[in-house]
Design a binder for this molecule. Structure first.
Ligand SMILES: *Cc1c(COP(=O)(O)O)cnc(C)c1O
Length: 366
């Protein structure tokens, strides 16, 4: 037959994820580390990969890497699970705790992948929107979980794309108030220097998500992990793809994790540069940056769509949220190298100056 019946109804009208990456001199759109792994680590990786047997299936659980992560976090192996990027584990979360008749509490504006996964798995989404300053409406969240029908919640800390971490006191209160599974997405915790990991000891309903994609320069490799109590990990084991973490990624992850101290100077520089870019944005007329505990800054300005175009034409790619719900006129710039950040600030200031000149000329003409 030269025709095909319709796919599952939840796919109707769904738009495949497209980050809209374009080549640019300063690629400040994806919250990656601007520096690749250094030459020495790369050499160690090459040697490790040379020993990988390609004809054999990988260790399904990546136990060597699992043990390294467990030890660094003062946990047992059974409290750690690796995934093909944090994204795979987010999908596993929706499979294991979502589904028809089940409910996910989302705190928008936040990472769009969560709601997309809920939709794919026919999970009902309940939104408790953040306040105007993008802080969590803590009372509203606590009141909503008290209704008892929420199956899982994701608290992103720091929150992408807005920038600030959640208050640890709030997360502790939330964990105590509900038996819903609470995922704290700590994809950027290396830049906030804060984790709720100590809360795992007393809360069976906590799961923490981390990734190698941001601070550890491995976005291209696809490695993420969760920390949780063994009962939660066991449920993830039921839904995951057995061989999702390939042998090459495991080998790379082991080397990078063992050498993670070498990433520290780069992380420190990103944090310093964040302060410098923040100050530059604060002193640029008409631009309102939001506080950031992460490796990017979200800012609001008039004509953000036109500013995005101008930046792109001048070699700077930032993420355009200017027409996203709750993020009107917002752009998000990843902290890059000092040179990339300079180019970004200089170009944005040019745009603001040109726009002011044009407005002045118009009002004179009127
Ligand atoms: C980047 C990111 C992740 C995970 O990314 P992976 O590359 O799939 O590991 C998870 N959550 C948030 C909020 C992110 O920004």
């Amino acid at each position: 037959m030269n025709k095909v019946r319709k796919p599952a109804p939840q796919l109707e009208g769904l738009i495949p994820y497209d980050p809209k990456y374009l080549p640019a001199e300063a690629f400040l759109s994806a919250n990656e580390n601007p520096s690749d792994v250094d030459a020495e680590v790369r050499e160690l990786i090459a040697r490790a990969i040379a020993k990988v047997p390609f004809n054999r299936y990988p260790d399904p659980l990546a136990n060597k890497l699992r043990d390294l992560i467990a030890e660094a976090n003062g946990l047992d192996r059974g409290c750690v699970l690796l995934g093909n990027g944090g994204d795979e584990l987010l999908f596993d979360l929706a499979l294991a705790w979502g589904g028809p008749g089940r409910t996910f509490l989302n705190l928008p504006p936040t990472f769009s992948v969560y709601a997309a996964n809920a939709r794919l798995t026919n999970t009902t989404v309940v939104d408790v929107a953040r306040r105007d300053d993008f802080s969590i409406d803590e009372e509203a969240v606590l009141a909503r979980v008290a209704e008892g029908d929420i199956d899982f919640v994701i608290v992103t800390s720091p929150n992408n794309p807005t920038g600030e971490q959640a208050r640890p006191e709030f997360i502790a209160k939330l964990l105590a108030a509900t038996d819903a599974l609470v995922m704290v997405d700590e994809a950027y915790f290396e830049f906030s220097r804060a984790t709720v990991r100590p809360l795992l000891a007393d809360h069976q309903n906590l799961v923490i998500l981390r990734t190698f994609s941001k601070a550890f320069s491995l976005a291209g490799v696809r490695l993420g992990y969760i920390l949780a109590n063994p009962g939660v990990i066991d449920e993830f084991l039921k839904v995951r793809q057995p061989y999702s973490v390939d042998a090459v990624s495991q080998a790379i992850g082991e080397v990078v994790f063992e050498n993670r101290a070498r990433f520290e100077p780069g992380i420190r520089q990103i944090i310093e540069e964040r302060g410098r870019v923040m100050e530059a944005l604060r002193t640029t007329g008409g631009v309102t940056p939001f506080p950031s505990d992460s490796n990017w800054i979200l800012f609001r300005m008039e004509d953000a769509g036109a500013a995005w175009e101008y930046l792109y034409e001048h070699g700077v790619l930032v993420r355009d949220f200017s027409s996203a719900p709750l993020l009107e006129n917002c752009l998000r710039a990843t902290i890059g190298t000092p040179e990339q950040n300079d180019l970004f600030i200089r170009t944005l200031r040019d745009f603001v100056a040109k726009r002011r000149e044009a407005q002045a000329a118009q009002s004179l003409g009127a």
